[in-house]
Design a protein around this ligand. Structure first.
Ligand code: 6GU
Length: 224
């Protein structure tokens, strides 16, 4: 997989890819991340990338031309399966979308800022608009980092047995069951006996039951 991220704040997107699982995925050549500073595609003395909105109103709008230049240059070099625009009015990210995107080859992620991008960018290029939840961030960068994390960890070979995605919350529309590690007793609190029994079928049954109870209590919407 190759991900090209278009942003006005590339520095905000450095550290997420320099640690732990994402770093290892890059080192193993399972994913390539390329940052593009939108400012590099702006023209004129002021390298302008945003402007006042037609019709008036507070807030600047990201201009179509620099984004067109950047995306068109990338598209001249390779085919893209998805051009994703990060925006609070997009479709809320969930595990199903992450699973779907983990199977793609090349993707562009465009990070919005200010009042967002000129609608013509969305009409001309964007194949999907994604939000990470019903709250507003100052820009799409942190949302893009979250999307990349959720997607990249699902690429075959990125996770090993210890970090397996198969038992994650949401993987079958259930939350994950409680987990314990040593010691078996801590300040009077004991690990459920069943987990120490070695009876794998019974342990599996207990986990399924716990996952179901947790989901019923915390996220009944997932079971509908
Ligand atoms: Cl993708 N962008 C911004 N700016 N705010 C958000 C978001 C995205 N998703 C939730 N809030």
């Amino acid at each position: 997989m190759r991900i090209d991220i278009i942003t006005v704040l590339p520095e905000l997107l450095k550290s997420p890819f320099e640690a732990s699982i994402l770093k290892r995925a890059i080192e193993k050549d399972l994913v390539e991340i390329h940052m593009h500073n939108l400012r590099d595609y702006a023209t004129g003395n002021y390298r302008q990338i945003d402007d006042y909105q037609f019709g008036g109103g507070a807030g600047m709008v990201m201009m179509v031309e620099p984004i067109d230049k950047c995306i068109s240059q990338l598209q001249a070099e390779r085919e893209y399966d998805e051009i994703i625009y990060m925006t609070p009015d997009g479709t809320t990210l969930n595990q199903r979308t992450a699973n779907e995107l983990s199977l793609k080859g090349n993707m562009i992620i465009l990070c919005g800022h200010y009042k967002g991008v000129d609608q013509r960018v969305r009409d001309m290029f964007v194949t999907r608009e994604i939000s990470i939840g019903d709250y507003v961030l100052s820009g799409g960068e942190l949302a893009a980092a979250i999307l990349c994390d959720a997607v990249i960890r699902l690429i075959p070979g990125v996770l090993n047995d210890e970090t397996s995605a198969l038992t994650d919350s949401f993987q079958d529309n259930l939350l994950a069951p409680p987990v314990y590690t040593r010691p078996a007793e801590y300040k009077g609190r004991e690990v459920p006996k069943i987990l120490l029994s070695g009876n794998l079928p019974e342990i599996e049954k207990w986990r399924e039951q716990q996952a179901l109870e947790r989901t019923q209590k915390r996220r009944p919407d997932l079971l509908e």
